[in-house]
Design a protein around this ligand. Structure first.
Ligand SMILES: C[S@@+](CC[C@H](N)C(=O)[O-])C[C@H]1O[C@@H](n2cnc3c(N)ncnc32)[C@H](O)[C@@H]1O
Length: 218
């Protein structure tokens, strides 16, 4: 059995991509230089499932791109309660201001503007000013900074909260010797090593798509 066939079978036997997300997927492919950065049908469904399972009140996403994964997280949010006003929803950070138009267009079309706050700017600068406690953090931006993001958000993740990191296998380059790795692979590799040895979390590297590192704060 070929891996591609298995993947195709899995995709055929999963719920189809919702029309709004498939429209965003199509527009991303038509208009963006690196459309592969988008989560896409299968990963997006996994993130949406995780969000539905956790029912988070506050989600931080680092790396919005065209907004696909932010829309997936937004679907599983816990209902807003009167005590939840402070920062409730998905906060997503994108450094590239050219993305703003398409992101806002799809947040609007999805009716998700109340549930998602878009921050345009460098996550390194924005995160310290947010001052919120997170149920779920998704790291999906510049790879050399993965570990810096982890350290930065960790004190503000609640006990029992989760930190997910995408591209944890980086196209298999994490298996190379350190000398042969590029800066991105080194960043991911350092992240995986650190999380694995961090006794403040339980972790699982899921070899799904390009790898998803899941850490649960103890
Ligand atoms: C892999 S894409 C995100 C994909 C998106 N999460 C999804 O699944 O559809 C990474 C994004 O991170 C953004 N990015 C890179 N460095 C960043 C930084 N320092 N702060 C905020 N965003 C950054 C890039 O511009 C890019 O749009």
């Amino acid at each position: 059995m070929k891996e591609d066939d298995i993947w195709a079978y899995a995709e055929e036997h999963s719920s189809p991509e919702p029309p709004l997300l498939s429209g965003l997927n199509r527009e991303t492919n038509l208009t963006q230089v690196y459309p592969r950065m988008l989560a896409g049908h299968m990963q997006g469904t996994l993130l949406r499932m995780i969000s539905h399972m956790l029912r988070p009140s506050r989600v931080l996403e680092i790396g919005t791109f065209t907004g696909y994964s932010a829309l997936c997280f937004a679907e599983g949010l816990a209902p807003r309660t009167p005590g939840d006003n402070e920062g409730w929803g998905v906060h997503t950070i994108e450094v590239n201001p050219e993305q703003e138009k398409i992101i806002r267009k799809y947040f609007r079309e999805a009716g998700a503007e109340e549930r998602i706050t878009l921050h345009i700017g460098d996550a390194m600068q924005i995160i310290p000013g947010l001052g919120l406690t997170w149920d779920l953090v998704y790291i999906d931006a510049d790879k050399p900074n993965y570990l810096a993001y982890y350290e930065m958000v960790f004190p503000n993740v609640r006990t029992g909260g989760f930190i997910l990191a995408d591209n944890a296998l980086w196209d298999g380059k994490v298996l190379l010797s350190h000398a042969k790795m590029d800066k991105d692979a080194q960043g991911i590799s350092a992240y995986n090593d650190f999380v694995r040895s961090d006794n403040r979390v339980e972790n699982l590297l899921v070899p799904f798509r390009d790898g998803l590192m899941i850490a649960r704060k103890l």
